[in-house]
Design a protein around this ligand. Structure first.
Ligand SMILES: C[S@@+](CC[C@H](N)C(=O)[O-])C[C@H]1O[C@@H](n2cnc3c(N)ncnc32)[C@H](O)[C@@H]1O
Length: 392
């Protein structure tokens, strides 16, 4: 069996293309390469135009223009030891953060120098989500580390590429039931086998509890609720009532389960299955109002060609959401589209506010929780925006 860490070839960059990599950027685009990629799958050595060694990279297969992702820098070796050190460091950073939950993002890809590899930990269960097939030869090593050193009893794999989202067990047995995790004062069921992402939206943890703290005594509308995270946190912190809206029935079933786990009354009116655009429009037309409205849609802009339609989507859903905020209430508007930056997002919210005829002030601009680190050289990875706004 050939060593999967052994470089299968060398790729030289075109002149003038190495600065971002030298400064810590993890990506190389096809246009930056002077050579063709080797035909054999495996890691490649990356050299500057002058032949100096820049490091080792994994080959991207996602079909786009991104060709290489750096896994080792300079003369550092790409080896099982390097991989273990990275995983160990990632785990140590999470320990330092003192996250009040047993559901934690253990590895955030480029942010932990393990590009295109995500690992979420739900108590004894780790969910490994590789975003490139180039990770496949290393999953055995990753699994061994997770079980032997980090105490995970079960390791589940969900591919982040290729369309096959079916879960498989890399260690232990695939959980037949949702895994129950604790986050601050709430418990949540996490469907690691069939849920969205790896089963839970860990990136919103801090915003969830910030909004919960501001929702005591309030009514809350949770648009694009998934498993009810924002609603459950708010109700646990004393919100009066919450309504969850999601197009996915399994997601709402998880939300109901989350209510039951936390001893919250789960009446049918709290869970509306349907298109959030249509439901919000209907609620607004009926004169409904909530003291807190959360809008957390899926990414509407995943590629440049979707920009115009995506912007229209964000504007429309925020227009309806703003109409639904009681005077003086709170709008929590989120976007996880990497191609929509903060200024662009602000522009969309302003257009929605103007159309709604309401005055909107930004109180806080938040991002993903700190177990989702970003290399300073690659701030474009910071795609989650969560703005807390007062609506008059
Ligand atoms: C980013 S996730 C929401 C995460 C959630 N706020 C949380 O903190 O766990 C987006 C959700 O939108 C739902 N969704 C997608 N399109 C929808 C639509 N048109 N109407 C309602 N829900 C939709 C998906 O099922 C998914 O649960």
């Amino acid at each position: 069996v050939s060593d999967p860490f052994r470089p299968v070839g060398t790729v030289r960059l075109r002149a003038g293309r190495e600065l971002p990599v030298r400064r810590g950027h993890p990506w190389l685009y096809r246009g930056s390469l002077a050579d063709r990629l080797p035909p054999t799958p495996g890691p490649v050595l990356v050299e500057g135009a002058d032949g100096s060694r820049l490091g080792v990279a994994l080959v991207g297969a996602s079909g786009g223009s991104l060709a290489l992702r750096m896994v080792a820098r300079g003369c550092e070796a790409w080896s099982a030891a390097t991989l273990r050190v990275r995983l160990r460091e990632a785990a140590a950073v999470r320990e330092r953060l003192g996250i009040d939950s047993d559901a934690v993002r253990l590895v955030h890809a480029e942010g932990d120098d393990l590009p295109a590899l995500v690992i979420d930990r739900y108590g004894p269960v780790a969910v490994v989500e590789p975003y490139e097939p180039a990770w496949e030869p290393y999953l055995g090593e990753v699994t061994a580390m997770l079980t032997e050193e980090l105490g995970c009893a079960t390791v589940v794999m969900r591919r982040g590429y290729g369309g096959d989202r079916r879960a498989s067990a890399l260690a232990g047995a695939l959980p037949a039931e949702p895994v129950i995790v604790r986050e601050e004062a709430a418990r949540f069921p996490v469907d690691v086998a069939a849920g969205q992402k790896t089963g839970f939206f860990l990136d919103q943890r801090d915003t969830r509890w910030r909004v919960a703290a501001l929702s005591t005594g309030c009514t809350l509308l949770n648009l694009f609720s998934y498993s009810g995270g924002f609603a459950v946190a708010a109700l646990v912190r004393g919100a009066r009532r919450a309504v969850n809206v999601d197009a996915s029935r399994p997601a709402l079933e998880l939300a109901r389960r989350a209510y039951r786990l936390n001893g919250l009354p789960a009446d049918d009116a709290s869970f509306l299955a349907g298109d959030a655009f249509a439901v919000a429009r209907e609620l607004a037309a009926g004169g409904a109002a909530f003291e807190v409205v959360v809008v957390d849609p899926p990414a509407f802009v995943r590629r440049r060609s979707e920009l115009a339609a995506g912007l229209r989507g964000y504007k429309e859903i925020n227009l309806q959401a703003i109409r639904l905020v009681a005077p003086g209430g709170l709008l929590v508007s989120c976007s996880c589209s990497a191609l929509l930056d903060e200024d662009g997002f602000g522009g969309v919210l302003l257009a929605a506010a103007v159309d709604a005829g309401r005055s909107v002030r930004v109180l806080e601009r938040r991002g993903a929780a700190p177990d989702h680190p970003t290399p300073l050289a690659c701030l474009e990875m910071r795609h989650l925006k969560a703005w807390l706004c007062r609506v008059r």
